[in-house]
Every structure is written in C-alpha cells, then in structure tokens.
Design a protein around this ligand. Sequence first.
Ligand code: CA
Length: 317
Amino acid sequence: MFSYLKEAGKATFQDRYVTKANELFVPWDGNQGGNIGVIGVPLSKSSISHSGAAFAPQAIRQALSFYSTYSVETGIDLADVVVTDYGDIMMHPTDIVESQRRIAETVEQVVALYPESKWIALGGDHSITCPVVSGWQKQKGKIGIIQFDAHHDLRNLEDGGPTNGTPFRRLIEAGVIDGSQLVQIGLRDFANSRAYTEYGKQCGVTMYTIEEVYRLGIQTIIEKSMQMLSGVDAVYVSVDMDVLDQAFAPGCPAIGPGGMDSRTLLHAISLLARYDKVQAMDIVEIDPTIDFRQMTSRLAAWVILQFLKEKSGRQPG
Ligand code: CA
C-alpha cells in the first residue's frame, strides 16, 4: 500500500547482491540450535575502573551490520551460515557474585543442550570469562585457554573480590584449569606487577609478551600454544580487546600504547579457528560509551567473522 515505508531500524539501502553480516544472527526460537551459538554477557559492574562494557554485546551485534559476508581473500561467502543468537543473560542489578553465578548456570545449560555447537560469548568485562568457562568446561572435560590480553588477570581475590582482574586466577584456584592449561599472549610492560608474573610462572602458565609476538611471529606462537595444549579436549579463546594498541581499540577501558595491531589479532584468530579443538571464544572489555566511531566494536565484529570464516566457510579437509 505504501511504496516507500520500511520497518523502523532496517537498513536505508539494500543491495540485492549483498548480505550483511548481522543477518547471520538468528534469534534462538527455543527449539533449534545452530552449529554456532552466540550469547551476550552484559556484566561490567565487576570492573576495577569505570566501564560501560555491559553495552558491548548489542554494540558488537550492531557493528556486524557494517560488513558483508563475503571474503575476497578466500572466495568464501558466509551468507548461508546460521549463528544462533541466544540473547543476553539477565544480570542482577546490584549483586555481582549472583550475576556471575547466573552466567555460569546459563552457559552450562545452553552448552548442555547443544554440546557440539561452537560458542561465542560477548562480554562484558573480563570477569565474565571465569563463569563462562566454568559453565562451558562441564561439557568439555579437560580444556585449555588461550588468552589475548595486555594483562595477566591473575590478581588476588582478597583486595576486591571477583573483578575483571581475577578471572584466570579464579579458574586456576577452582581447579577448572591447571596453570599449564593457560597461554597468555600479548602481555605488556607497565600493565602488570611482578607478583602476578611470578604467580603465573609458579602455576605453570605459558606467557608471551607483545615483544615476543613480533619477534617470533604470531603464527609460531599460535603453533607453539596449540602444541602446549595438545593434551586437552577443547580449547577456549579469550580475546581481551585491550591486547590491542590503543590506536586500534580506543573503546577499551584500559587503553595503552605498544600493543598488538589489528591484523595480527585477526590473523591469530583465523589460525586458531582452523583447529577443531578450538570450540569457544569470548570478546571482552569494550566500552561502547567511550569508543570512537565504533572502531573497537567494528574490530570485534571482524574477530567474529574471522572465527566464522574458518569454522563455517572452509570445506572440511
Ligand atoms: Ca583482561
């Protein structure tokens, strides 16, 4: 009846030959889970510094609309890939520990329902990785974690409880992983303290500084990391966007110079996603309220597309 009316919020321009990446996300209908599931984990009250990372799941989903599904590098088109979007976990308004409990319970439930799915969790601050991994691990047995981060996130619990500085210490102390099942990539000067480097070493954590990333090359580091984790059943990749230089990720609460460039991170995700054992990933520490032109959320969208390209786009074998 009205030729020029469109649904509010829909794209103002539609090219018949272009599929937008956000169209791959299909809300879970309560019945069917896809091969890949995404779940929003909007918790950032647990951050040591000011953070609006709770707004990131929606910002990242929205940023996918800036991109198409076609890879000119490989010829792969993801247009037929279905990513089941389970929505966001509801957080308690004031109780952080209760929110983290809800995260672990919900992740455990959805993963139990679709244990063969690959999972992408959209944080949130880095505290979410502890409950997300705890819930996911219950279906997976012995797991390994590859953490991209400027920081160890091995802080003590006494000074502040389960903040975004503590997730990997909590996972080690709870026995979800042994320190030898954790690889940290991209650690930076003046962002950590000696006590936590030593604690990590005592626990057997493998650590690569940003200087080593560029000296050895990311491919070598990924190969060594996966070799280190060859005895585990499944690998979880945790992407703290502050591993990136502040020039590439201005929307992180803890920005700093001397970090990773975006191509190196994207290449690393692509290399990792080629391993069958890599079965889950989170993206954390984006505060859309301080981001610049959605640069950090756009990069997060690319991290997702790199993961999908390898997990769904390439033919087996
Ligand atoms: Ca972190």
